[in-house]
Design a protein around this ligand. Structure first.
Ligand SMILES: [Zn+2]
Length: 298
């Protein structure tokens, strides 16, 4: 038995399998995406550049050090290697990194909408929230810089106008987080088409945070419901309104700017506010309402 060799050949085979799954599920097209895993303290095993992730073979992989120097392999490492290196340098707990372009989640990334609403218990307990790292030119050093802001506190993030990035304690856990993000994006999209999410109240979200502790679910940072003050995010910001005693809350924040649509949706959408209940308006909505009223007076 040669454990080191065995584990390297196992990891090569695992990367091939994860690549097949990403491609089969339509999370990558053509040569998109990249996958890497730690071999030991100083070496990474990584997918090569310019290959379709659905048709890789074990001998295609590259071995690099943590500065990105190629140590082994006929092909050059992934063009997004710098983004992977950034993750490994900042997160010693992370063993594997997966990057793909799953279409629904990437749609949210293109629309500039983070997946940060408290909607599904399993997402709140595992990923917390999925923020969007600023747009950066792919394969340049801008991308690791954009990712830097969120990598300390998140195991999954969207990349603006690009795709998604997930990290894990092993290769399959990083891959499954990619599945979770795309699944969450699909459900969020359908809910919005059906009139908008009803979100979990803040109280419910903190109950889920307690479950993390009880079931030993590893998370790089705690959940918070207010944006942190510092430059780098040090908690997972989740949109969850305070609503004492309520478990589910209509999603006030999700309503569009246009006042007519706003009012129509509030009176017809499932889970909308009954006529005799208080409707809270944002400052912008209130201003629009007053402007409308003034126009009608003239
Ligand atoms: Zn990409």
């Amino acid at each position: 038995m040669e454990p080191a060799v065995n584990s390297e050949s196992k990891l090569r085979a695992d990367i091939v399998e994860v690549g097949r799954r990403l491609y089969a599920r339509g999370y990558t097209a053509s040569n998109d995406g990249n996958i890497s895993v730690r071999l030991d303290a100083g070496r990474l095993l990584m997918t090569p550049t310019s290959v379709c992730k659905g048709f890789m073979t074990v001998e295609m992989m590259c071995i690099t050090d943590l500065d990105g120097r190629k140590l082994e392999g006929d092909r050059d490492p992934s063009s997004e290697m710098q983004m992977h290196l950034e993750v490994y340098r900042r997160r010693p707990d992370v063993q594997a990194v997966v990057h793909a372009h799953p279409p629904i989640a990437t749609g949210f990334a293109v629309a500039g909408i983070p997946l940060d609403r408290a909607v599904l218990a399993e997402v709140v307990t595992t990923l917390g929230s999925v923020p969007i790292a600023e747009y950066a030119t792919p394969s340049t050093k801008e991308l690791p810089e954009a990712v830097r802001q969120y990598v300390q506190a998140h195991d999954g993030m969207l990349l603006a106008n690009h795709g998604a990035l997930t990290l894990g304690k092993d290769l399959f856990s990083a891959y499954y987080k990619m599945e979770t993000i795309e699944h969450f994006a699909k459900i969020s999209l359908v809910a919005r088409l059906l009139g908008g999410e009803r979100v979990l109240s803040r109280e419910e979200v903190f109950k889920l945070q307690d479950l993390r502790g009880r079931y030993g679910i590893a998370a790089p940072a705690p959940i918070c419901t207010e944006p942190p003050t510092g430059a780098a995010a040090d908690c997972q910001v989740i949109q969850a309104p305070a609503a004492p005693g309520q478990r589910l809350v209509p999603d006030y924040a999700a309503f569009p700017d246009d006042l007519a649509t706003l009012i129509a949706r509030r009176s017809h959408a499932p889970g909308s506010v009954p006529a005799d209940r208080e409707i809270r308006l944002t400052y912008g909505e209130l201003t629009a309402l007053i402007e409308d009223a003034v126009k009608n007076l003239r």
